[in-house]
Design a protein around this ligand. Structure first.
Ligand code: GLA
Length: 722
């Protein structure tokens, strides 16, 4: 039985192309555009030719109107799947359907705005799609405008709805917790709804706002994969739903607390952006697209990234026991091993001797720093290092001068207990007097001293987040962005790190205002291998805070060699988080040599592409190189003892199969120690001395021989095209 379709205005195909991907929508003047395609690049001029409904014989037990997946599926007028909008006006206008669609090209074949109107529910939703030519990244954003005479309550407005092909197979998302971020979770797609939601008020450790969808056969380097991320530092939701035409829809958006989506007549509600991409080059191809996009968002002082300076961060050396004399001797020891930026972590401000007091009182503790921070900053800068400072502006301890003066400045709900976490509450920074207070305090610190860097922390989840009785999750995030922007405008030379108990606030929007993230409070190198590999799926290495920590590691109790700790931190934005003063001469010398190695290679590590791979038998690797594979640095990590008699060869598909390469090992000066691969085979001896010439085709298809090694070891190899 073929039910007749209700007449629709004629179809117009909207086609967006980038280097390697294409989007096709079918627009009609009287409904939301129908999704026709998001996938690998189609040739110019290729369209479906035929409107979708003409190709779909209707099944039994269906409406006379055929309602396919659109860019804005809505509830109540013929769509039975998840809706991109759930809204009502005091119970009325609970059903929506687009009655008018205007196509506004922002840039032909690259960026388009669809102005979608519902004349019955009196609202307009503008959906903007931009497909970036070079990165293949699609940016999607929606703005709802209330055209009615009464407020509308929006419960859910997806930032966008994406189609996924019917052969989509599994979804890789990231779970985790404090000290264990980016825990890969793979779920098979099925007819059951796949959904992740975060209500913690910040990006969260346990529900990273992104996922990667695979198709059969997808690997690190080949096969079709799709990825999407919500550029937002607050509550969020995403869902993937199987549809009756065999494809899937994927929605991402802000999770709105009850009441947060109320839109007054004439007002608008704008969603965060979705940053999405597809690649036929597997996970590494997708990562490259995200890295390119993120790099274009970073707003560096002076307009361009400078070589990422080696940090020392004082947290694990002192915790809150910050004594200026000790801090200065640590600075001496740090400068001696080659550190370039000294970051004074928690414990420096008024009354901050433990985590039960003082947040909010952002001036130097007079007992610890009777003359202010000046002498310390002078000492540090006198050693040739930049000075950085830890702050946690959005928080307040009940035991603080700020809270005693303004108890009403904390987010709270009348009649509910003030729920503390790490003894702290969240300030209502959307209030002008609160953000002005914070701006003034931070501004004063930055004016008084030559502070080049702030580590901006956020150490709790949000609860009872009420302002005047209304939910304030959304307004907090916007106020954070505004405060960061204001501070950056006043101090454009200052770099900022986004930290939230490690990696609880890592996303593409906070990174418009900041320059690196503290990836995790876990500095155990073995744990870090996986955390960093998850991170690198979306973010480039130069913003990945990666420190050489103490042994045993404070958060896991495990011990790794200095070489392994340094080798794991090497490809990121390198830092040191240990008391360098207490290292014996051997360890200090080793650390110094690794820092020198980082300085030698950081430009190579922090530009271009990153490829991740696994060779089995406990070996994982990552390569950093230019797009044309002229020069690559390969880091091979043995993370578990071998169970093979011979280590497997490592195939390097990114190499040019038509080229020959000079292959040689890279090691810190005077390299020694148990972490290193021991091998007396002539090949490895040659690699370590003059290097060996090898064929790209052989390396890509048969692979590079790998020496035997004990577990927790790293082997670094350089490839130069001949
Ligand atoms: C958080 C951060 C740490 C450190 C402490 C200070 O936990 O992730 O690196 O700055 O706060 O209190």
């Amino acid at each position: 039985m073929n039910p007749p379709n209700l007449p629709h205005a004629p179809a117009e195909f909207i086609v967006l192309h980038s280097r390697r991907s294409t989007i096709v929508l079918e627009a009609h003047a009287d409904e939301a555009p129908i999704w026709r395609y998001w996938g690998p690049r189609l040739p110019d001029g290729a369209t479906p030719r035929v409107p979708l409904r003409e190709t779909r014989p209707g099944p039994s037990f269906m409406l006379e109107v055929d309602q396919p997946l659109t860019l804005l599926p809505t509830f109540g007028v013929g769509w039975f799947g998840q809706s991109a909008l759930l809204a009502h006006r005091d119970g009325l206008d609970f059903a929506q359907a687009i009655t008018g669609c205007e196509v506004e090209w922002i840039e032909l074949a690259r960026a388009v705005r669809l102005r979608l109107t519902d004349a019955v529910a009196a609202l307009r939703i503008d959906v903007t799609l931009k497909l970036d030519e070079t990165s293949d990244v699609l940016t999607l954003q929606s703005t709802l405008t209330n055209l009615g005479t009464a407020s509308i309550d929006v419960q859910w407005l997806a930032a966008g709805t994406l189609p996924l092909p019917g052969h989509a197979e599994s979804v890789r998302s990231y779970a985790g917790q404090h000290v264990h971020e980016f825990l890969l979770q793979t779920d098979k797609l099925s007819r059951s709804l796949w959904k992740r939601e975060n209500r913690r008020g910040h990006t969260s450790h346990d529900c990273f706002p992104a996922a990667v969808v695979t198709t059969p056969g997808a690997t690190d380097d080949a096969g079709l994969v799709f990825g999407a991320h919500l550029a937002w530092s607050g509550n969020h939701a995403q869902q993937i739903e199987w549809l009756h035409d065999g494809q899937y829809q994927w929605q991402l958006g802000e999770w709105l607390a009850p009441g947060e989506g109320r839109v007054a007549p004439g007002a608008s509600l704008q969603t965060p952006e979705i940053v999405a991409s597809c690649s036929t080059a597997g996970f590494n191809g997708l990562a490259a697209n995200f890295h390119t996009e993120l790099r274009s968002r970073l707003n560096w002082p002076g307009g361009a990234m400078r070589a990422r300076p080696v940090h020392i961060n004082t947290w694990e050396a002192f915790y809150m026991d910050v004594q200026p004399a000790n801090v200065m001797t640590l600075a001496d020891a740090a400068a001696e091993v080659g550190v370039e930026r000294f970051v004074l972590d928690d414990g420096w401000f008024q009354g901050r001797h433990h985590d039960r007091a003082a947040l909010g009182d952002w001036w130097p503790d007079p007992a610890k720093f009777p003359q202010g921070l000046g002498p310390l900053v002078e000492h540090v800068t006198g050693l040739g290092m930049e000075f950085g400072l830890w702050v946690e502006p959005e928080m307040v301890n009940p035991d603080s001068e700020l809270f005693r003066a303004h108890p009403d400045w904390a987010l709270q709900l009348a009649g509910r207990p003030l729920l503390t976490s790490r003894n702290q509450l969240v300030l209502d920074i959307a209030r002008a007097e609160v953000s002005n207070y914070l701006f003034d305090k931070l501004d004063a610190l930055l004016r008084e001293q030559p502070i080049g860097y702030l580590k901006w922390d956020y150490n709790r989840d949000m609860t009872t987040a009420g302002a005047g009785g209304y939910a304030a999750y959304r307004s907090q995030v916007h106020a954070l962005y505004a405060l960061l922007a204001r501070l950056r405008a006043a101090h454009p030379a200052v770099e900022i790190e986004s930290c939230s108990g490690g990696g609880g606030r890592i996303d593409f929007e906070v990174l418009r205002h900041t320059h690196r993230v503290w990836t995790s409070d876990c500095i155990d190198a073995l744990s870090r291998v996986n955390i960093q590999r998850g991170f690198l799926q979306f973010f480039p290495p130069e913003i990945m805070g990666a420190h050489v920590g103490t042994a045993p590691a404070h958060t896991t109790g495990r011990t790794q060699s200095m070489g392994f700790r340094a080798a794991v931190a090497l490809p990121g934005h390198l830092g040191v988080e240990l008391d360098v003063r207490h290292l014996d001469d051997g360890a200090r010398g080793e650390l110094k040599a690794w820092i020198a190695l980082y300085k030698q290679w950081r430009e190579r590590l922090h530009h271009g592409l990153v490829w991740l791979g696994e060779a089995g038998d406990g070996l994982v690797w990552q390569a950093h190189g230019d797009e044309d594979a002229n020069e690559l640095l390969l880091l091979i990590y043995r993370i578990a003892p071998s169970t093979h008699r011979y280590a497997p060869s490592l195939r390097l598909p990114m190499l040019d199969t038509a080229a020959r390469y000079r292959v040689s090992t890279v090691a810190p000066a005077g390299e020694q120690g148990a972490h290193w691969f021991h091998s007396t085979s002539p090949f490895f001896t040659a690699l370590k001395t003059d290097g060996v010439e090898l064929d790209g085709a052989w390396l890509a298809h048969a692979g590079l021989p790998v020496p035997r090694a004990t577990a927790e070891a790293c082997f670094i190899v350089r490839f130069q095209r001949l």
